[in-house]
Design a protein around this ligand. Sequence first.
Ligand code: SF4
Ligand SMILES: [Zn+2]
Length: 321
Amino acid sequence: MPATTARGQSADDRRIRALRPPKPYVDPFVAHGTAIDEERRPNGGVERALTIFLAGAECPFTCSFCDLWKWTTNEPTPVGALPTQVERVLTSLSQPLPARLKLYNASNFFDRRAVPLEDLPRIASLAAPFTGVTVESHVSTIGPSAVAFAQQLPGKLEVAVGLETVHPHAAAKLNKRLDLARFDGVARFLMENDIDLRVFVLLGAPYVPVAESVAWTVRSVEYAVERGAAVVCIIPVRGGNGEMERLQSLGKFTPPTLSHLEDALDECARFTDSVVTVDLWDVERLPACASCRAARIARLGRMNLSGRAAPRVSCEVCGTS
Ligand code: SF4
Ligand SMILES: [Zn+2]
C-alpha cells in the first residue's frame, strides 16, 4: 500500500500510485547515492558541488512524472536518520570538501514528516563547512521554516523547486498542485530573505504537443529567470513509473530526444541573468544517433559550465549539424 498523503488521495493520486512498479526496500539510515560535479554560478564562477541523495519519508504530492518515490519510505523519517546519512558521507570524503552541499531527499525538506525538526541543528552543523547549501521543496512547504534553517547555516541557503512547465493545460495535468501565483510569491519571499532559488523545468512534459515541447521549456525557463532564479535546470522527463507509459500509449507523452535537449539549451543561452543548465544525469537513455551521441553530450557538458553557445556537432551518419 502506498504512503498515506497528508491531504488524502484524489482519484488521480490513486491511479498514478496504482500504476507504479513495486517500491524497493529503502534503509532510512543509508543515503542512496552521492555525486560530485562542477557547477557554474550566476557570478560566473564554477564551484564543486556534493549532492547527497538522502533516503527519507515519501513526498505527499503525487506528480504524474515523478519517480523519486522509489527512494523513499512509507513511514516518517526516523529522528537521527538524516544526520547519520550526511555524517557517513562526509566522513568518507577526502579534503578539501566541495564548496556546495546539495541535500536532495526526494521529497520536501521543510515537510517535518520528511525532515524532523529535531534534526535541523545537527544537519546545519554538518553543513557548516560549505559556502552554499541547496535543499529541495515543493513551493507549498516553503515559509518561515526555510528562513529559520537559513539562519542556522554559516553558508547561504538555496532552495530548489520544481516549476516544471508554464503551459497552462499541461501544468494542470501534472497533478503537482502548483499555483503560479504561489510560485511567484515564494520566489519573492526567498529573495527578500536572501535565500537563493534554483528551479527545475521539464523538457517533454506530458500534454505539451511535441512540436511545441522545446518552445514551452524555453518559455518556462524564461519565467523562472524573470523571477530571479539563480539557477534553472532543464530536466528531460523519463518514463518508467507506469503513468508515463499510460500517457505515452494515449499519445499524451512523447519521450524527449537528445536533439530536443540541445535545442532547449541553445535557445536558453540568451538568458544571462541566471545559470541555465541541462540535467545530464541518465542522459544516455535519450534517443540519439549512436555515432555522435557522445560528442553531443560532451558539448552540453561544456555549455553547462561556460554558459556560452557552442557550434553544434556535425555528423555524417545522421546528418546532424
Ligand atoms: S513534489 Fe517533487 S518529489 Fe513530490 S511528487 Fe512532485 S516531483 Fe515528486
Ligand atoms: Zn549522428
